[in-house]
Structures are given as C-alpha cells and as structure tokens.
Design a protein around this ligand. Structure first.
Ligand SMILES: Nc1ncnc2c1ncn2[C@@H]1O[C@H](COP(=O)(O)OP(=O)(O)OP(=O)(O)O)[C@@H](O)[C@H]1O
Ligand SMILES: [Mg+2]
Length: 430
C-alpha cells in the first residue's frame, strides 16, 4: 500500500504521522485542542479517566483527562504503556480498560482530522521500545488495536529507536523509483535521496571524512530521552565516499529510564509535604509545575489550605543536582550502548525526545558527546536546514518541521517507505 499511518505510542504523549503516497513526506497530525504551540498540538496525552458517580460512569480522554485530579470518584489511567512490556497471561484488567478505551478514541480523533480522515484505514504501524522482545508487545496490543478498528495486520510493530533514526535523518522524506528493465510492479527505495546525501546531514558525512581521510566510515547516533525509556539508535555506513546509502547497518536498544524517573527524583528533592503531589495534582498541573522547576523557577500551590512556594532557594539547589544526576545516568546508558554496539567513531549525535529539552539534561549530553570527532546536532536548530531537496518549503517552514521532529521523529519515521521492505524492493499493491 502506498499509504501508511504510524502511531508512536508514548508513555505520556502519543504522536501520529501519515504518509499518503510512496513519495509523499511523512507528516505529523496536529490537533489544535491540545495546546497553543505546534509542539503541544502533535502531542496527544496518553491519558484516560473514568469519573464514577454512584452507578454512573463517564469517560474522559487526552487533554480533558489530563486536566482531571485523581480522587473523589475520578480514576486516572496514566503511564500504562509500560505494563505491556512484560509477558502477562492475564494482564491487569485496568490496563486493558485503559488501552481498550484509548485506542478507539484515538481512532475517533484521527477520523475527525481533516487530512487523516481520508486515510484512516491505511495500514497502521505502532512504535514500541526495543527491549529485544518485540513479540511481547504484540500479545495484547494487536487485538486491542484491531478491535478499535485500526488496520494493524502482519508486522505492524516497529521499534522506537529505529523509527526515530529514520524519521530524524530523512526529515520525513520518502522517495522511490522504478528501476529500468524491471517489471512495472517493482519499486526501489532511493535511500540516497531520502537521507539527502548531497546537501543534508549525510552530505556532511563527506565533510566529516575530510577530517578522517583514512576512514570512509560514517555513523550517526540518535538519543531519544522519553518519559519511560531512553532509546538509542546507531546507523553506520562502511564507505560513504561513493555517496550510496543503501547498505546501512542499524543497531538499536531501549533502556527503562526516562523523565518519569526524573519526576520521582524531583519529588524526592522537595520537602516531605510534596511527596504525594503527583497523585494529588492533575497531569497538566504536574507538567506545569515540573517545567517551572526544571527552568529554575518557583511554583505556587495551596496545600492543606495554606499557600506553599515550591522550588525556593534550598529546593532549587537540590533540583539542580537531581537533574545533573539524571543526565549522568542517561550518559551511562548511552555509553553502555556504544560500548556494545559501536565499532569506532560516532560522527554525529542527534538529540530527540522531551527529556533532551530539559536544559540541564541537554547540557550534560552535549558536554559528553561534543568534541573528539563527534558533533551534536539539534534537530530544531540551524544545522539541519541545508537540504536542497526541500526547496518547496521556506526556511521557516523547514525549521518548524524539524523542531516538531524532536518530539515526532519516531512517528514520522515509522510511516516511512523504509519500513515497507526495509530497504529492498517494494511490491506495488495494485
Ligand atoms: N521542554 C521541556 N522541558 C522539560 N521537560 C519536557 C519538555 N518537553 C517535554 N518534556 C518532558 O518529556 C517527557 C515526554 O517526552 P516524550 O514525549 O519524548 O515522551 P514519551 O514519548 O511519552 O515517552 P516514551 O517514548 O518513553 O514512552 C514528559 O515527561 C515531559 O514532561
Ligand atoms: Mg517517545
């Protein structure tokens, strides 16, 4: 099929992307109801709430659910993705309830989207972490997604780090061609064009080679610090001097550490009176408080009827150390990945995921990976704007697209033609 939808099932935010033809770029679905910024509009809170009043029950989803406080008849289902990662013959009924409510509602939401609604029955893929046992995720999710109406047949699962690598390094470009003298039902993926080997990031591979004339190898590492996992993806080519990018080697891994762990440490760094804050606040309020604290600001709340300023001088120092410590743990995870999977130098490091937007974490990662032959690329920065292939987009539009890729690269990559055959010949479904 020429079309494809990808759902990047995030522990806190789910992102959806669409490719509507072989050569069309992958684009993120935006939903204005989720916030004012373009970034907020691609992030669908993975949250479901049930409000029970006597025998009556009412369900809330996404941003509405994110605004509700747990307690007094309100049951909030959040952070439920991780439960799918272990084999469970009898999964937690709450988990099935949450997922069984979330995915049909997500489909309803997408069916109302002005563009997605036309393609809602397209083959749909789902990104999940790479813990080395993809099959476990399939156990319940395929049934749930199919019952919700999504077209998830066959190999619908992708690993987040691989999808993320493809999405970020291609910037969502898709390109196929019909090789001469082959029968007309076959298509070939044009990796060189998708990776923009002339002027984009991989064009820079040649620049990198100028510094390492004896070595024609090039490799790029992508780090995604999410809420539940940190995903590493490494792509390398043995020889990029020819400009051919069809023989890439990809290594991936997900580790169970993410901003959720930082949230716990953050609460631990505050006074005893704050330890249950996450369970007492709505998801949205907790996010607002967290953002303020991580930026070194104070946040005012009312606790037990009294005003309380969180993040004053002493707490601020403790928060600073907690963030640095979390950054160091992420670096250790990435270093362990590189030790096992990388052979030689890493030329380019790309940072993605909400966690890399946290200033202290961003700084620790940049300090570790800048220099010594590597450079760190901010997807949302200027470095990614050199492509000659995206001439139909203005510079501002390219910048805006790339900024969204920081959060949405896995969804965009998951919708790529790359996954229709993993680099080989495509069969056109007539
Ligand atoms: N600008 C920011 N500053 C601080 N934290 C941020 C920022 N943007 C996002 N986050 C945090 O990053 C986390 C979400 O990141 P992301 O959307 O990458 O995770 P996810 O995809 O839901 O998780 P996972 O992929 O691990 O399941 C949230 O905990 C959010 O609070
Ligand atoms: Mg994610």
């Amino acid at each position: 099929m020429a079309q494809s939808i990808c759902i990047d099932f995030g522990s806190t935010y789910t992102k959806v992307a669409l490719r509507n033809d072989w050569n069309s770029p992958g684009t993120l679905a935006t939903f204005s109801q989720f916030g004012r910024t373009p970034e907020a509009q691609i992030c669908v809170p993975s949250i479901v709430c049930e409000s029970r009043r006597g025998k009556m029950s009412k369900w809330y989803y996404f941003n509405e659910a994110a605004d509700l406080r747990p307690g007094e008849g309100i049951i909030v289902y959040r952070n439920w993705k991780s439960h799918f990662s272990t084999p469970q013959p009898e999964p937690d009924p709450d988990l099935l309830t949450a997922a069984g409510k979330f995915f049909p509602e997500l489909r309803k939401l997408c069916s109302m989207h002005p563009v997605l609604k036309e393609f809602i029955d397209a083959p749909t893929r789902l990104c999940v972490p790479d813990f080395g046992r993809l099959g476990v995720w399939k156990t319940w999710l395929q049934t749930i997604l199919c019952s919700a109406g999504w077209n998830c047949k066959g190999q619908f699962l992708l690993t987040e780090p691989e999808a993320n690598l493809i999405g970020a390094l291609t910037c969502g470009r898709n390109s196929v061609w019909t090789p001469p003298k082959t029968n007309s039902t076959s298509l070939q993926i044009r990796m060189m064009r998708m990776f923009d080997g002339d002027s984009g990031l991989l064009g820079k591979a040649r620049d990198a080679m100028l510094f390492h004339r004896d070595d024609k190898r090039y490799s790029a590492l992508i780090i995604d610090v999410g809420a539940y996992t940190t995903d590493c993806g490494l792509i390398s080519w043995e020889d990029v001097s020819s400009g051919e990018f069809n023989s890439q080697n990809i290594q991936t891994k997900s580790d169970e550490i993410g901003v959720r762990d930082l949230d716990n440490d953050l609460l631990g760094a505050l006074g005893q009176d704050c330890k249950n804050l996450r369970d007492e606040m709505s998801f949205s309020e907790f996010e607002r408080m967290k953002m303020a604290l991580l930026l070194g600001k104070e946040y005012s709340v009312v606790m037990n009827g009294k005003p309380r300023v969180i993040g004053g001088a002493e707490e601020k120092d403790r928060i600073g150390s907690v963030v640095m410590n979390f950054g160091a743990r992420i670096v250790a995870v990435v270093d362990a990945f590189l030790k096992h999977k990388a052979h030689g130098r890493v030329d380019t490091v790309v940072l993605t995921g909400g966690g890399t937007l946290i200033p202290g974490v961003n700084e620790v990662l940049k300090n570790r990976f800048s220099g010594a032959g590597s450079h760190v690329v901010e997807l949302g920065g200027q470095m990614f704007l050199n492509s000659k292939l995206d001439q139909d987009l203005s510079r501002d539009d390219r910048l805006a697209r790339n900024q969204l890729l920081v959060r949405g690269a896995s969804a965009v990559g998951g919708a790529s033609v790359y996954f229709d055959t993993k680099g080989g010949t495509l069969e056109i479904d007539q």
